[in-house]
Write a new protein. Structure first.
Length: 106
């Protein structure tokens, strides 16, 4: 697994926190909000997370631990449930003949 340099993570985390404070101080400012969201996105990409808050937490953990400890923590964390399968429920599927099939057969 590739991880970013700690100096870059620290720089992006400082940038995210600074824009977060500015956004909280003036939430109606569209430019500030957009820049805050951009900084959050950058942190997400850097840390491999889907949410800026998770990325900031991961960045803080990464910065205060060594590489081995961080990777062990990442592997021990419970994984979120996988996305549900798309499509109709199994009981409502139609067979190739157009008839409904029991949920176990298809």
């Amino acid at each position: 697994m590739l991880l970013p340099a700690k100096t870059e993570v620290a720089r992006q985390l400082r940038r995210y926190r600074a824009w977060e404070r500015m956004m909280l101080a003036s939430p109606a400012d569209v430019r500030v909000r957009a820049t805050f969201e951009d900084s959050g996105y950058t942190l997400c990409v850097l840390m491999g997370k889907r949410c800026a808050r998770e990325a900031a937490d991961a960045a803080e953990r990464y910065l205060r631990t060594n590489l081995v400890t961080y990777l062990q923590e990442q592997n021990e964390r419970p994984r979120t449930a996988r996305a549900a399968r798309r499509g109709p429920p199994a009981a409502d599927r139609l067979s190739s003949s157009g008839r409904k099939t029991p949920s176990g057969a298809a």
